[in-house]
Design a protein around this ligand. Structure first.
Ligand code: FAD
Length: 410
């Protein structure tokens, strides 16, 4: 490997590819090229602790010294704009070209914007990167009336924080339930009740119509039905688009994400791709999916690093995810779609319960609210492909851990 490996994207996935390559003993040239100016940092706190607390700083994924110590040529503020597959060179926005043997694309995703007028007014913000979070934090602390467009994870995390800060909060969700793309209906209902109890005005089935402004600043949001809601801060959180353009321009196959095989190899054998920007084949669901989570990016990075070194094993991880909203920690493992039966453990009235989702007899997902122990057992059950009897799961006297496989005797 004369020219070595270049990783494009310094987020959760990109940083992990670099670490896993060095851990696995790769000692050739290695560059990590990131459009952001910050040393790779943890993204989830941006909509949680970072937003609430003005002195909360970015949390680096690894200390800056890590990249130096492990001879990773970390190039910050460096956007890759073209891949020359024939000449094996990557071009950066400033015109620099870097040679490579193999490439890893970890370009993540960016917020989707609703097709409405005046989205560019001051006081209308999205959230993806550190810069967005700094801007949003300042605006949120100064705001009085906050309208959140989108009742997904990020919108609801921001709404909960805004209520804690005493703001008037309205959430507009076009669908008929919250977090509908990912969680089961009973979890959506529970969170709806809790957000309403915290004082947010949550409107389901209410698409945004437009934004009104005065002298360049947002002053209100209108619903599609024409209602006007005052707002001095509008936060848009209606999902993301995968950053696939660089790969597509280089001829890589894509369809709601760069297409990769079980080893994270794209349609070009010298290029792997991971994380938010890829659509991969999930064996458990028998179809291609694209996931947006830290677990997905980090675990795919480990698979991709081994593929780059020619020692790949197929990607088979069970997906898991979390979201912190107010005093609720929601942890999900598996995917609940196709479930035919739900079994509840614990009591929602106590603010701590789990929903075990079964497709016929097979356990397919576990959603836990303030029950981290259930989540951890759920991860082990799903990873082992085990489906405990629903009667045991719902019985508070049964220790969940007793449903796990017994360790083999030495
Ligand atoms: P990213 O971490 O987004 O990194 C991609 C990087 O590539 C970015 O730095 C981008 O600037 C860079 N880039 C893009 N194009 C180029 C280019 N052409 N050249 C150079 N660099 C480029 N997940 C959870 O599991 N739990 C949570 O609680 C959670 N909370 C979240 C809160 C927020 C506010 C956000 C935005 C996301 C959250 N997520 C959460 C999702 C999670 O952060 C992402 O799924 C994860 O970061 C994906 O990792 P990635 O490496 O694919 O992409």
């Amino acid at each position: 490997m004369g020219d070595g490996i270049i990783i494009v994207g310094g987020g959760h996935g990109g940083s992990q590819v670099a670490a896993s390559l060095r851990e696995a003993g790769y000692d050739g040239p290695l560059a990590l090229v990131s459009a952001e100016r910050e040393v790779p940092y943890q993204r989830p706190p941006l909509s949680k602790a970072f937003l609430k607390d003005p002195v909360h700083d970015l949390l680096p994924l690894r200390p800056a010294s890590f990249y130096e110590k492990h001879a990773v040529d970390l190039r910050l503020g460096a956007e890759a704009v073209a891949i020359d597959r024939v000449g094996r060179r990557l071009t950066l926005k400033d015109g620099t070209t870097l040679p490579f043997d193999r490439l890893a694309l970890a370009t993540g995703s960016r917020p989707r914007l609703p097709p409405i007028e005046r989205i560019g007014l001051d006081g209308v913000l999205g959230l993806r990167e550190a810069e967005d979070a700094r801007r949003l934090r300042t605006a949120l602390h100064a705001a009085t009336d906050v309208v959140v467009v989108g009742g997904g994870f990020i919108g609801l995390e921001i709404a909960a924080t805004a209520r804690l800060l005493g703001k008037t909060v309205t959430v507009l969700e076009a669908a008929d339930r919250l977090m509908g793309r990912v969680v089961a209906p009973d979890i959506s209902r529970y969170f709806l009740d809790r957000h309403r109890a915290w004082g947010s005005d949550i409107r389901l089935g209410t698409p945004v119509g437009g934004i009104l402004g005065d002298t360049g600043r947002a002053t209100a949001v209108t619903t599609a039905a024409g209602e006007r809601i005052p707002a001095d801060l509008v936060v848009v959180g209606i999902g993301v688009l995968p950053n696939v353009e660089l790969g597509i321009a280089a001829g890589l196959a894509a369809e709601n994400g760069l297409l990769v095989d079980d080893f994270m190899t794209t349609s070009a054998p010298e290029i792997v791709a991971i994380g938010d920007c890829v659509a991969f084949h999930q064996v458990a669901r028998g179809r291609r999916i694209r996931l947006e989570s830290v677990q997905n990016a980090v675990d795919q990075a480990k698979t991709a690093a081994h593929t780059l070194l020619g020692r790949g094993a197929p990607y088979r991880e069970v997906p898991w995810f979390w979201s912190d909203q107010g005093d609720l920690k929601l942890q999900m493992v598996g995917l609940p779609f196709g479930a035919t039966r739900n079994v509840v453990r614990g009591d929602p009235a106590d603010g701590a319960f789990s929903v075990f989702h079964y497709a016929e007899e097979r356990l397919v997902a576990v959603d836990s609210v303030n029950r981290a122990g259930d989540h951890m057992v759920g991860r082990r059950l799903l990873a082992a492909g085990l489906s405990p009897a629903p009667e045991g799961v719902s019985d508070p006297l049964v220790d969940l851990k007793s449903l796990l496989p017994k360790p083999a005797r030495a």
